[in-house]
Design a protein. Sequence first.
Length: 523
Amino acid sequence: MGLKNYNPTHTKAWQKLTDHFSEINNVHLKHLFGNDKNRKEKFSISVGDFEFDFSKNRITEQTLAYLIDLSNEVDLKSAIDAYFSGEKINVTEQRAVLHTALRNQSKENIVVDGVNILPEISETLAKMESFSEKVISGNWKGYTNKKITDIVNIGIGGSDLGPDMVVEALAYYKNHLNTHFVSNIDGDHTQEILKKLNPETTLFIIVSKTFTTQETLTNATTIKKWFLQTAKESDISKHFVAVSTNLTAVQNFGISKNNIFPMWDWVGGRFSLWSAVGLSINLAIGFKNFKNLLVGAYEMDMHFKNTPFTENAPVISSLIGIWYTNFFNTETEVILPYTQYLTKLAPYLQQAIMESNGKSVDRNGHKIDYQTGNIIWGSTGTNAQHAFMQLLHQGTKLIPADFIGFKESLCGNEEHHAKLMANFYAQTQALAEGKTIEEAHLDLKIQGNFENLENLLPYKVFDGNKPSTTILIKKLTPKNLGCLIAYYEHKIFVQGIIWNIYSYDQFGVELGKELAQKIYKKV
Ligand code: F6P
């Protein structure tokens, strides 16, 4: 069947949205809330432990109706079915896009090139489970018969960012193993990590889908040399495992067949943390927690696949994103989790979103003349408030924000959590409502600031009308984290479909790699 081809800007809905934009552009969120006491409920969607509140976005029911018309006009539903059923929607690489199969909890076959892929997924999960149990329990011994204490993931991009982000996010659930991530080809980075390690008690996981990536192979080679300063070649099997699709290259590197965990070309690197690429996650938090991560993602998958668009959180959020990008001409989106555990969420999403939708040629092979993928950035609240929030509140740019908060903290310090969440809500309210000149005037008077009042007044005004989405989650658990990541994955998919681009290749990273090979002079 394949994905439909069109120019989204030529659809009827796009034209309606263009007209609608001129009507709504100057309407203030305060006015929208003032006119509708049920606005929050009207624009909120619950999924499991999640409440998505879209009400502080510059939308009306009419906006959403036109946006949903757009998704129907481009036949989003058929595209979703093609995505889940394993059609080769990564056309430029002739691959299916099946990270959803990795967390599939149903028994229904998923077929790629005539083969049901579920058995090999289950086999790999079973291998991950038994391997991680051996290492965590101390039954897996190093070359001097000592237990493993440290795990090092050697990989870059999708073979690093997802596992690193999740291990950090789920630190609360972590066992005694220390985890490290070596990614950059910067030898100082590698050296600083090696300094902390004892070769006798360290397990290295080389993660590379292709096993050709310069950074990963250089780091793995340096680390192997370091290991062999004290150990023998025959000890490698006790300390090195690999995750890859390229079995020959892994074996040539010296890793035995038993120590290879498979990857498949129907999983994109940036969507692969659910596969054996997530072995470091599995080792850090145990298989049971890893499994719950998959279950959470599956719940979001089912919500996305089966819920009408009007109630579908990833669809609504994608459409609102398109509304800002293509009508308000915004260029960036900020991700603001109010928990320090999610400090690596923004860098992870940068790759997931920008490598997927940073494209300027459509599915017809034509250069496009409308905006696609956004610049993603962010940090944790409240740190962000003391760093860059000034620009969101009073700068000249419109930056839609995702505020991600949790009802419960993990360690249970209620006073801290109450203060954290007060800040969370305060920011979204301040952005939406702002402060008028009259309100600012009154405040200055109350403060007794009469002398300077007129001079200061313009600087004390907040325009407001700055959009945000609030994602309120019961608690940061492996399951809820899985659900959150899957939400963003599906948002990427929907936006790519509507922009008529191919989201699952990444040819844009190649030119720089080729030139670096040419520029590099062997030392
Ligand atoms: O350079 C980009 C990229 O191809 C990413 O898409 C991928 O996640 C990363 O490199 C690492 O690739 P590999 O897992 O094959 O080493």
